[in-house]
Design a protein around this ligand. Structure first.
Ligand SMILES: NC(=O)C1=CN([C@@H]2O[C@H](COP(=O)(O)OP(=O)(O)OC[C@H]3O[C@@H](n4cnc5c(N)ncnc54)[C@H](OP(=O)(O)O)[C@@H]3O)[C@@H](O)[C@H]2O)C=CC1
Ligand SMILES: CC(=O)N[C@@H](CCC(=O)OP(=O)(O)O)C(=O)O
Length: 345
């Protein structure tokens, strides 16, 4: 008998799956019992990811080969749309943290509108809790299935939600200018992530319409108590990891009021640091960690404020947040296994 939770990581040959392996392998209360892949099923993890050389891991298998009776909890790092068909058929004894976008939208009509097809697991959707621990910690503790917040969305929500909730910032306009490293697009080969097409330049994409807007609308609207339609423009920048969101908002009390509100809201949060006046966050300062840095700056007009937020898309934006959620679901200390300091430079 072991007092460790036996976990499976679905999609372990992808970027978020590999990051889950990195973190879970050193988690004091988790043991990695199964790891899955699709095209890479049958391979050893250290062959797919040589940085895991020497780590004792089971081989990558297909999902059909997993013996679920030997598993207590599952992290699901699969592409969206595939995920809902997989998660709905998982045995009910499993606790699940899903990293995809499939279970984040509460309204099925919104899901169909933004993803272009009906949801395949609506019954399950009803019981899923939105996985942003800083907001839904109590509900996450008793959830069986949690939908991790998306990487861009976590960056923007953590920057603005408390101030929106307390009406320290106005619900309109909110403009979010966000930049992501290339691992945000996953490991599967795509033309837009080729070195020659990402390096030495950068561009916006999804301008005017990106599926993450639906998730932002849902959570901003709940916090403000009135419909919020934020502008959101993502950019792909030539770096491996990290997201920086620069958010432009209106706040009658100016930057000091916004900073004070955020500092109070996050005073006891283990992973969110509100920076002192005059400091701005950098992806360099959160890389490889579950930390989020938030800076607040006064714009030239007295009622315009700039809130900047940085996190590592693969850690706080995905796998670290997933472990944070699973720690809550399992009754473990929330920071267990994910309190590593950032890697700098
Ligand atoms: N990358 C990021 O920063 C973030 C990603 N996410 C979300 O997390 C999920 C995983 O992302 P990421 O790790 O980047 O993706 P990757 O493309 O890097 O990895 C996808 C994984 O899923 C497996 N897979 C693909 N198709 C299937 C299938 N049909 N059946 C079973 N397994 C399959 C792949 O196996 P194989 O390698 O063998 O093909 C691989 O292990 C996505 O939903 C993404 O949107 C969320 C937040 C941040
Ligand atoms: C750089 C890049 O391509 N990013 C992806 C977001 C990745 C992601 O994490 O999507 P979810 O949060 O919805 O799972 C995109 O813009 O679609």
């Amino acid at each position: 008998m072991t007092d460790k939770t036996r976990i499976a990581i679905l999609g372990a040959s992808g970027y978020t799956g590999a990051e889950l392996v990195r973190l879970a392998a050193r988690h004091p209360r988790m043991t990695i019992a199964a790891i899955t892949a699709d095209r890479k099923a049958g391979q050893e993890m250290a062959d797919v990811f040589p940085h895991f050389a020497g780590l004792d891991l089971p081989p990558l298998v297909s999902m059909e080969e997993v013996d679920w009776s030997g598993i207590d909890a599952v992290f699901c790092g699969l592409p969206h749309a595939t995920t809902q068909r997989v998660v709905k058929d998982l045995p009910a004894h499993l606790k699940v943290v899903d990293l995809s976008a499939d279970f984040r939208l509460e309204d099925p009509a919104k899901y169909a509108e933004w993803y272009g097809h009906d949801h395949a697991a609506l019954d399950l959707q009803k019981e899923v809790v939105f996985g942003l621990p800083e907001v839904y910690r109590d509900r996450i503790r008793s959830a069986r299935v949690v939908a991790n917040t998306g990487c861009y969305v976590a960056t923007a929500l953590l920057a603005l939600l408390p101030a929106l909730r307390e009406k320290v910032i106005a619900p309109d306009p909110i403009v979010i200018d966000a930049k992501s490293g290339v691992t945000g697009a996953g490991r599967a080969p795509k033309e837009n992530t080729l070195f020659a097409e990402v390096g030495e330049g950068f561009a916006a994409y999804g301008v005017g319409r990106h599926r993450h807007m639906a998730e932002l609308d849902q959570e901003f609207t709940k916090a403000a108590g009135t419909p919020v339609l934020a502008s959101f423009t993502p950019h792909l920048v030539p770096m491996n990891r990290g997201i920086l969101a620069t958010c432009y908002v209106r706040a009658a009390g100016g930057a000091d009021a916004v900073r004070a509100c955020l500092a109070e809201a996050y005073a006891d949060e283990p992973f969110v640091h509100v920076l002192p006046a005059g400091k701005v966050p950098s992806t360099h300062h959160v890389r490889g960690s579950n930390y989020v840095h938030i800076g607040v700056v006064q714009d030239r007009a007295p009622d315009r404020v700039i809130v900047l937020s940085a996190l590592d898309n693969l850690v706080k934006g995905a796998s670290g947040q997933a472990i944070q959620n699973m720690n809550l679901m399992l009754g473990y200390p929330e920071t267990m296994g994910i309190d590593q300091l950032p890697l700098f430079p």
